[in-house]
Design a protein around this ligand. Structure first.
Ligand code: CA
Length: 229
């Protein structure tokens, strides 16, 4: 039996971008459904089941954030945001919107379809069983993290930083968010401090045999824990 083709709702007011996305999705065997406004997207999502929503933040009638909120209010559906401004990324990462991923414009169609597949895989796996769980063991009571059975010798800030990343594999944390999670007095820490701690953390992970690097750098955005790590 051929695998069921999944409908992907594409909400994007720029026709040229929407066309690129729908073409890429079609090529990959998905059924894209394009809507140019938030209102039309909500109506479409109510009328038929969709497997995932690719959602532009800047829409003519309402913001993508509001569309996402309304979608999540009805039923949990994976959402990948498309953003044109870096300021929007902070909001996506900062707000508990239920966004599963985001892409900053311009992006390649190949990157988009790769993210769509990854998010669908993840949502099928269920939130209770993160893929990262296999390699990591986090004993919160003892403030101890073990990588493939090897306990990591971490400073307090390194531990808190890694614990924050481990709590949400795949999710991109801004430096501000990591600082808030790992430092008692975030106001006194600079961005570079986060970078410096990630650097020492990476060195310790490497020493524990973590290869490739389990921490991904998102240029200009922050860091995430790789889900396959
Ligand atoms: Ca737009």
């Amino acid at each position: 039996m051929p695998p069921q083709r999944q409908t992907i709702l594409v909400v994007e007011d720029e026709a040229a971008i929407a066309e690129t996305i729908t073409y890429a999705l079609q090529t990959e065997g998905f059924v894209p459904l394009w809507q140019a406004t938030g209102g039309a997207a909500l109506a479409a999502a109510a009328a038929q089941p969709v497997a995932l929503v690719v959602l532009d933040v800047g829409l003519p009638d309402m913001s993508g954030f509001d569309v996402c909120r309304e979608l999540q209010r009805r039923a949990a559906v994976p959402v990948i945001f498309l953003t044109a401004r870096s300021g929007e990324v902070d909001r996506i990462v900062g707000l508990e919107l239920g966004a599963d991923d985001y892409l900053a414009k311009p992006f390649s169609p190949r990157e988009l379809t790769a993210r769509v597949r990854a998010v669908l895989r993840r949502s099928r796996g269920g939130a209770a069983a993160p893929a990262a769980g296999a390699a990591w063991d986090h004993d919160a009571a003892r403030c101890r993290i073990t990588y493939r059975g090897r306990p990591l010798e971490l400073t307090r800030n390194e531990y808190r930083l890694l614990a924050a990343l481990l709590a949400a594999p795949g999710r991109v944390f801004s430096r501000d968010q990591l600082m808030a999670a790992a430092w008692e007095d975030p106001g006194s820490a600079l961005d570079r401090t986060v970078d410096a701690h990630v650097k020492t953390l990476r060195a310790k992970l490497r020493a524990a045999g973590a290869e490739p690097d389990p921490i991904a750098t998102h240029r200009g955005l922050g860091y995430s824990l790789r889900e396959e790590a």
